[in-house]
Design a protein around this ligand. Structure first.
Ligand code: ADP
Ligand code: MG
Ligand code: ZN
Length: 540
């Protein structure tokens, strides 16, 4: 039996003690006070110490609780934004309760709710920020990291959970302890045969956001997931923390993208939007189909990169287990702009295709970027491939795109435009691209970005020159190869050899190739990947 939090902690002195120890900035202090105010029952159990994460949909705090056996334990409190859809919240909780707590998947300890405020309590896992460590990992570290990510994916996929937001900030990693944990089921969806009942309810309409507190009550109450303690206020805590007068809404939460903030530090990202020969401006009514590669006729017409399956001339594959859908546009309206770099008026008036598109652009699979309506667990495998690409090249974020078309162009730059077009055809999408981009050799690409190979030998396309570290470019002009420094982490060749990077086997690049398979139907699954020869010496 686990020791339970005692609920006896109500002294505001310990809150003050925690403060002086950690030097909490004022705005964090205000947010903590706000959390105690909206969920007063927390103050009976937890001493909230600090804010450890802030995203669009939640704020995560570090808290301490005294257990019944007298020991103290750390927890992560995830305060969901009050507008989160109740079904979404309940589904996130159900993923954690049903699939979590084992196989590198985060578990859940408790859940608190008062009105529309919900806090998910999880065991705290100390972890490093990916951008800080990606350049310092040895080959063995990388092998372990990807192995444990695959284990977590195999586990959730067994339950029919598609995570949909696989990225390093959602896979916590403790380098010293070699601990790993997959978090954040806030965007998860179910496969048709999912074992997570609430994921059957979560559809495109139940996005993060929207919903009444009555619905929260119903969805959470019905599932009996959350033993809610009685609503008790603790005036001592509230006054000690100088809580502001009741606020109608929480402090505004603006996403501070760690990925973006980390850009100034090594490792450098490979793609910046500047590397792509196009703009990112959005013309109203064009469904973001501005050209990224096309330069022709820009002035007269709106260039088009992606032509959706609405065009009759492209066969739309319908999965066997899915009823064929009525075509979105009457066949009578078929236009002749297909496979040209224009968008005609008929196409401009078409309805936007609705398909799940959650996640972060740089980690989205080609079928997600092209809005393929039939998406499965393979989308998580693609994201794992993007993480492995970062780990092998030492660059994070690898793809940096604010928009799906930029992301797709970056993918084509690595995986080839012809190959991408061919794969897209298999899931009923047609991609138009103004020039041919060759498929790159993944080993040469990663080793060059890491600094193991000379840029002059690699003959990488011009887009990559911008990702070279200026210091390295200077060095390259005249210094012998053995003295060259890695572009990502500015390490010497000798250091990289010590970290095992010169002996990385072909197997790892073969696995990368299979994860970054453009075709979701043939992309490697998590359980197949764990059987890959790369892991022959590891216990699956
Ligand atoms: P969001 O939906 O806002 O992205 P997450 O569940 O991904 O929320 O949590 C945001 C961040 O909070 C994570 O990237 C991680 O740094 C931290 N975090 C979340 N859960 C835990 C946990 N159990 N232990 C330690 N840190 C956590
Ligand atoms: Mg997250
Ligand atoms: Zn048209």
């Amino acid at each position: 039996m686990e020791a339970a939090p005692t609920g006896q902690r109500s002294s505001h002195q310990s809150v003050e003690k925690g403060r002086s120890r950690h030097k909490i900035p004022r705005d964090v202090e205000t947010d903590i006070a706000y959390l105690y105010e909206v969920l007063p029952q927390l103050s009976r159990i937890f001493r909230i110490i600090d804010k450890i994460g802030e995203g669009t949909f939640s704020t995560v705090y570090l808290a301490e609780a005294q257990m019944t056996d007298g020991s103290r334990r750390m927890f992560a409190l995830k305060h969901l934004i009050p507008t989160s859809h109740p079904v979404r919240i309940a589904a996130e909780l159900q993923c954690l309760t049903v699939a979590g707590g084992t196989e590198n998947v985060m578990g859940v300890t408790y859940c608190f709710r008062k009105e529309h405020h919900v806090v998910i309590v999880m065991p705290y896992m100390e972890h490093q920020t990916f951008v800080d460590i990606v350049g310092s990992l040895s080959f063995e570290d990388v092998k372990h990291y990807i192995f444990h990510l695959l284990k977590a994916l195999r586990h959730i996929h067994k339950f029919g959970i598609i995570h949909r937001d696989i990225k390093p900030t959602n896979f916590l990693f403790n380098q010293q302890r070699r601990e790993y944990s997959l978090v954040d089921f806030g965007l998860a969806q179910g496969t048709p045969d999912t074992q997570i009942e609430l994921l059957k309810v979560v559809k495109a309409k139940a996005h993060k956001g929207g919903g009444s507190s009555k619905m929260v009550e119903e969805s959470l109450g019905k599932q009996k997931l959350v033993p809610l303690p009685p609503n008790t206020r603790n005036p001592a805590i509230l006054s000690s923390t100088k809580a502001p007068a009741k606020r109608p809404c929480p402090p505004s939460r603006i996403k501070h993208s760690k990925e973006l903030l980390g850009l100034d530090k090594a490792p450098r990202s490979v793609f910046g939007e500047k590397n792509i020969n196009g703009t990112n401006s959005h013309k109203p009514g064009t469904d973001k189909v501005e050209g990224l590669l096309l330069k022709t006729k820009r002035e007269e017409v709106i260039p088009r990169k992606i032509v959706s399956s609405k065009h009759r001339s492209v066969p739309v594959r319908t999965p066997l287990n899915q009823k064929p859908k009525a075509p979105a546009v009457s066949p009578m309206l078929t236009c002749n702009c297909f496979m040209t770099d224009r968008v005609c008026n008929i196409c401009l008036s078409r309805k936007q295709q609705v398909a799940p598109r959650a996640g972060t652009p740089g980690f989205r699979a080609p079928e997600v970027l092209t809005k393929c309506p039939n998406q499965g667990t393979a989308i998580d495998m693609w994201s794992a491939g993007v993480i492995l690409l970062s780990l092998l090249s030492g660059r994070y974020p690898f793809f940096k795109a604010s928009d799906d078309l930029i992301a797709l162009t970056q993918i084509m730059t690595i995986r080839g435009s012809r190959e991408t077009k061919e794969a897209a055809k298999t899931f009923g999408k047609s991609i138009v691209c103004s020039r041919e981009l060759p498929r790159l050799d993944l080993r040469i690409l990663c080793e060059t970005l890491r600094g193991l190979r000379s840029w002059d030998d690699a003959s990488l396309p011009a887009e990559f020159q911008a990702s070279r570290n200026p210091a390295e470019v200077k060095q390259d002009a005249g210094s012998p190869a053995r003295k060259r420094m890695s572009s990502g982490s500015l390490r010497s060749i000798a250091e990289l050899q010590e970290m095992g990077w010169d002996k990385a086997p072909d197997d790892v690049y073969d696995l990368l190739d299979k994860l970054l398979d453009l075709n979701p139907a043939t992309r490697i699954t998590a359980s197949m990947a764990l059987q890959h020869p790369l892991f022959k010496d590891m216990t699956v």
